[in-house]
Design a protein around this ligand. Structure first.
Ligand SMILES: Nc1ncnc2c1ncn2[C@@H]1O[C@H](COP(=O)(O)OP(=O)(O)OP(=O)(O)O)[C@@H](O)[C@H]1O
Ligand SMILES: [Mg+2]
Length: 458
């Protein structure tokens, strides 16, 4: 049952009574007014969700009353009632924003149907407004959590470029937040109310990808029973996010280049040239420059995509974010699982901070979700973390403790373990820079390379 309020406006008492009875039976609250003037007063005092109003009335006609209401509340839903003779006025009124009109005399069923439909649409519109607000909130710039200077710089760049139409290339290892960055750009841009269309270029075979991107005409290939719009068309006035751009074939690279240059294309099997107004954001975890050298990626396409390049640093290069993100995910998953968790035990946190996170933020999120489910108490302890984090990423301190309490391991093995950990930590500290690491450890670059190879540290 709905608790929406309908304002019925008609100068005929019998019409008001009839409509009022019908709508009350449908579950609406009903208020009545006998002319345009009274309608306006009631409109302000009862704040109806819908107004059902006659056009021809004394004092103030329905159309004028509608215009006045419109001034008071932009999104008002109004249905006008009219005798057949005044249908033209009603049609005019629709252009002005009236929801629909009923021709007198009308069937009761017709009234019910129209009012219910109007209220359904209103409900949907309200829902969309709420969802839209949530979406905008989710992709506020400050939703990219970070303590790292590099990432903060990146956020400032996002803020600057969001307003422009520049093509953006987002690079970074898997799970570093490339998609989050793409979304944040779109929802902070002028195009935020337009569509954000995403396509994963690595997920489809070439021929399918082509028709997904450009659309196709009816009969373009077996199975093309109808004309279909592609993502370039769907993204019109919005943003197109080309994920895994490094995976597209040479043939499609050529076609993509043309859209980037001319902002126009044809559907597969079609001749009509379609113009499109889109902003393109591409992302990849591959090294496109290396691919260009190997002849796998077109240089001209790269230049077109790389107008602005944002590179999301891997988590191990911004260790200051690990604790912050871990806390965030802890609260998030605790909430989802109806658990109350306070935080991480020191050793657990240290393990998280030491791990190399090849799967970056996504891997961290998964580890924390699992830990929340595994944990029993109010804190996350080391035993709630997966084995691979605990075993292969022991800190040097812990390894030294191990050595003090020998468990029958040969000395050589233990020394190797210590050496391996020392090198790993030094590499991390120097962001993988081998020259710096070798200098810090006071060994030659060659022997460092040899050790990296021996311990498979890359
Ligand atoms: N700085 C951050 N703050 C909050 N959440 C983040 C942050 N970075 C990433 N995330 C979250 O981590 C998850 C992985 O991010 P995202 O999907 O954007 O990564 P990706 O680089 O596109 O990964 P892939 O290469 O695997 O597609 C998402 O749930 C994202 O919301
Ligand atoms: Mg992604």
């Amino acid at each position: 049952m709905s608790s929406y309020t309908v304002l019925v406006v008609d100068d005929e008492d019998s019409v008001r009574k009839l409509l009022s009875a019908v709508l009350k039976r449908e579950g609406y609250q009903v208020e009545c007014a006998a002319d345009g003037q009274e309608a306006l007063e009631k409109f302000q005092s009862v704040q109806p969700d819908l107004v059902l109003m006659d056009i021809r009335m004394p004092k103030m006609d329905g159309l004028t009353a509608f215009k006045e209401m419109r001034k008071l509340r932009q999104e008002v839903t109004v249905i006008l009632m009219t005798a057949y003779a005044a249908v033209e006025t009603a049609v005019e009124a629709i252009k002005l924003g009236v929801f629909d009109y009923l021709i007198k005399p009308f069937e009761i069923e017709e009234v019910k149907l129209l009012v219910n439909r109007a209220m359904q649409i209103r409900k949907m519109a309200e829902r969309i407004t709420v969802l839209n607000q949530e979406l905008l909130d989710n992709y506020r710039l400050d939703r990219i959590l970070t303590n790292s200077p590099k990432m903060k710089e990146l956020c400032r760049t996002i803020d600057k470029i969001a307003q422009s139409n520049a093509t953006v290339l987002v690079t970074g290892e898997s799970g570093t937040g490339k998609e989050l960055i793409a979304n944040t750009i779109h929802y902070n841009s002028k195009r935020r109310n337009g569509p954000f269309i995403k396509i994963n270029c690595g997920a489809l075979p070439e021929s399918l990808l082509e028709s997904e991107l450009f659309g196709h005409e009816k009969g373009a290939f077996t199975g093309a029973a109808m004309r279909r719009a592609g993502r370039f068309e769907l993204a019109n006035q919005g943003t197109l996010f080309l994920d895994e751009i490094g995976e597209i074939s040479q043939n499609l690279q050529v076609k993509l280049l043309r859209v980037l240059q001319e902002r126009e294309f044809e559907r597969v099997g079609g001749t009509e040239t379609i113009k499109t107004d889109i902003r393109i954001i591409a992302a990849t975890n591959r090294n496109l420059e290396e691919m260009i050298k190997r002849g796998e990626f077109r240089q001209d396409l790269y230049y077109r995509l790389n107008v602005v390049c944002l590179s999301a640093p891997p988590l191990r290069e911004r260790k200051e974010d690990i604790g912050l993100l871990a806390d965030y995910f802890l609260q998030k998953f605790a909430g989802e699982n109806n658990r109350e968790l306070m935080g991480f035990d020191t050793a657990a946190l240290r393990i998280l901070e030491k791990y190399r996170w090849p799967g970056n933020v996504r891997e961290l999120a998964n580890v924390i979700e699992r830990a929340v489910i595994m944990s029993n108490g109010r804190m996350i302890f080391t035993e709630d973390l997966p084995d691979n984090l605990r075993d292969s990423y022991k800190t040097v301190d812990e390894v030294i403790v191990d050595i003090k309490q020998p468990k029958g391991q040969p000395l050589k093995e233990m020394m190797k373990k210590v050496e391996c950990n020392f090198i790993k930590e030094a590499l991390d500290r120097n962001q993988g820079n081998k020259a710096k690491t070798a200098k810090e450890l006071r060994i030659s670059r060659r022997s460092l390379l040899y050790k990296i190879e021996e311990y498979q540290l890359e």
